[in-house]
Design a protein around this ligand. Structure first.
Ligand code: AP5
Ligand code: MG
Length: 218
């Protein structure tokens, strides 16, 4: 399966990508995670994109395309992949197609802007491994500590309310038109966000025709 996850900032793309990755044994490639890692490691790419990410804008198309092309050449991608946060503009989608990068399905998680506001104030992200939690819907076992690696949980700089507003605006203007693009290719599936992560996973599994095996969810 070659899957693209679409959805507003905070829709749950990263959360569901992790669950789908485990269930389908496919790698998730998140441009947001790759860019944040570059910022953290102070690489030339990281230095170039930090201010753009912090302000809630989009980094240049050419830069993310080159990152994704390199990542998809790695052997773990040969049986499929889940793209989280890419493509993000029509130009990126067309460039993927031009580069021969195949997509079977674009899954859009639908959620209102109001709901996003609540999500973002409760999200916590591990400073070491990038794992995501929510203080209400997906809390860690010990407050402030990552279950996976013991790292400190922090608030992403771009989760500040004003920056979230800008990210939502950018999403509606630049990324939402991708739904019409994938619809025209017969590849779009939409799933409504559900009140819990588990219920959203079930709705996604049903939409993708994945066997509903509770033991492997979460
Ligand atoms: P990126 O990291 O991709 O951010 P995003 O798209 O804004 O999405 P988020 O990661 O904020 O949200 P998510 O949908 O993954 O939600 P999550 O699962 O965490 O990109 C960051 C930046 O990098 C961009 O702004 C841009 O600058 C740059 N960038 C990245 N890709 C780019 C590209 N291709 N081109 C140009 N620039 C690019 O869930 C959110 C919270 O809700 C969590 O706390 C979670 O626990 C909770 N939650 C999830 N689902 C549920 C549920 N159903 N019920 C209750 N709680 C839930
Ligand atoms: Mg994410």
């Amino acid at each position: 399966m070659k899957l693209v996850l679409l959805g507003a900032p905070g829709a749950g793309k990263g959360t569901q990508a992790k669950i789908l990755s485990n269930r389908l044994s496919l790698p998730t490639i998140s441009t947001g995670d790759l860019l944040r890692a570059a910022v953290k490691n102070g690489t030339p790419v990281g230095l170039k994109v930090k201010a753009v990410i912090d302000s809630g804008g989009l980094v240049p198309d050419d830069l993310v395309l080159s990152i994704i092309r390199d990542r998809l050449k790695e052997p773990d991608c040969k049986n499929g992949y889940i793209l989280d946060g890419m493509p993000r503009t029509l130009k990126q989608a067309e460039a993927l197609e031009k580069a021969g990068i195949e997509i079977d399905t674009a899954l859009s998680i639908e959620i209102s802007d109001d709901e996003i506001g609540k999500r973002m104030t409760g999200r916590r992200t591990c400073a070491s491994c990038g794992a995501t939690y929510h203080i209400v819907s997906a809390p860690p076992h010990k407050p402030g500590i990552c279950d996976s690696c013991g790292g400190a949980l922090t608030i992403r700089k771009d989760d500040e309310p004003e920056t979230v507003k800008r990210r939502l605006k950018v999403f509606h203007e630049e990324t939402e038109p991708l739904k019409a693009y994938y619809l025209s290719l017969g590849q779009l599936i939409t799933v409504n966000n559900q009140p819990t992560i588990e219920e959203t996973t079930m709705a996604i599994f049903e939409a993708l025709g994945i066997k509903n095996d509770k033991a492997q969810v979460g």
